[in-house]
Ligand binder design. Structure first.
Ligand code: SF4
Length: 302
């Protein structure tokens, strides 16, 4: 028996447990895009002459983010979209996702900049992974990638830097910060204020569940690489992900509630925990909150 869409008579392709709705392809796409437009309007107002950089890995989230930004803004002559990809140097993984990223930017006609850890930081994730380290591979990768993305975004005069974080990522990070008691990091999750030297981050997919982002990429036939990084780790995030998925299955809407609660709370939290003083790294000159930035510390330059 085919199940019908809640909004028309077509065959449903998804059941949103949290909303109780079955949706067909057309109404699913409409639903996702409406929510993304709302998030952008509420948190990241688009201005005339914005240069919007999109961090593009070639995976489903960032590819969907670039596609939807192009769909919404691609026709506006006053807005420029630029995709930035970072090659971390992960053999057997990153080359194919970079190919997918190139294919998508070519399809959309979006300028595409690719930078690598090797040329920017003099090392690769494969080399870092072989070293004796205090922290997990993802800690290095995240810091070094953010450093490159921000630097390139500044170089091209970007006014916003879009990332593909979805609802699952956001809900996991909120819980993770709670479990670690890291309220300073929690405040940094909120839609940020402008800080000189740091390009404003925007997460237009933050209200869309991960599975829906994947389905959105599939129904729009986006060239996407679905493989998983060999260093994927952060044991605690994995546990939280499993716990949250289990809880969501039993109590649909949990992820949305976590994000809604966080959005209500963050203003008050920010008053209690004012942003850290912004400084310039004495080694590389990057904007940071200490004497030496995280990237220089991790690379042993300090
Ligand atoms: Fe980098 Fe970790 Fe992501 Fe792999 S899983 S690309 S190491 S952050």
């Amino acid at each position: 028996m085919t199940i019908k869409c809640k909004k028309c008579n077509s065959e449903a392709i998804i059941f949103q447990k949290y909303s109780g709705m079955h949706l067909c392809k057309k109404h699913f796409v409409e639903d996702v895009e409406r929510k993304i437009k709302l998030t952008i309007r509420k948190s990241y107002s688009i201005r005339k002459n914005d240069v919007i950089a999109v961090a593009l890995s070639g995976g489903k989230d960032s590819s969907a983010a670039l596609y939807i930004m192009h769909k919404i803004l691609g026709e506006r002559p006053d807005i420029e979209l630029v995709a930035i990809s970072v090659d971390e140097g992960i053999d057997g993984y990153r080359p194919q996702s970079l190919e997918a990223a190139k294919e998508l930017t070519e399809q959309l006609g979006v300028r595409h900049i690719i930078k690598s850890f090797k040329e920017e930081h003099g090392t690769t994730m494969d080399e870092i992974a072989l070293q004796e380290r205090e922290k997990g591979a993802c800690s290095y990768c995240g810091v070094l990638r953010k450093n490159i993305l921000n630097r390139v975004a500044l170089d091209i005069g970007a006014t916003k830097l879009v990332t593909g974080h979805n609802l699952d990522d956001e809900a996991q990070t909120i819980l993770l910060n709670h479990f670690r008691g890291d309220m300073e990091r929690m405040v940094r999750l909120a839609p940020p204020a402008a800080v000189e030297g740091l390009v404003l981050r925007a997460k237009p997919l933050r209200n869309i569940p991960e599975k829906e982002v994947a389905l959105y990429a599939l129904v729009n036939d986006l060239p996407v690489d679905f493989s998983e990084c060999p260093y994927v780790g952060e044991a605690m995030r994995k546990e939280i992900r499993e716990m949250l998925n289990d809880f969501e299955a039993k109590h649909p809407g949990t992820r949305h509630s976590l994000l809604r609660g966080f959005d209500k709370l963050v203003g008050a939290l920010a008053k209690e925990l004012p942003p850290a003083k912004i400084e310039k790294c004495r080694i590389c000159g990057e904007t940071c909150t200490e004497d030496v930035c995280q990237a220089c510390k991790l690379l042993g330059r300090a």
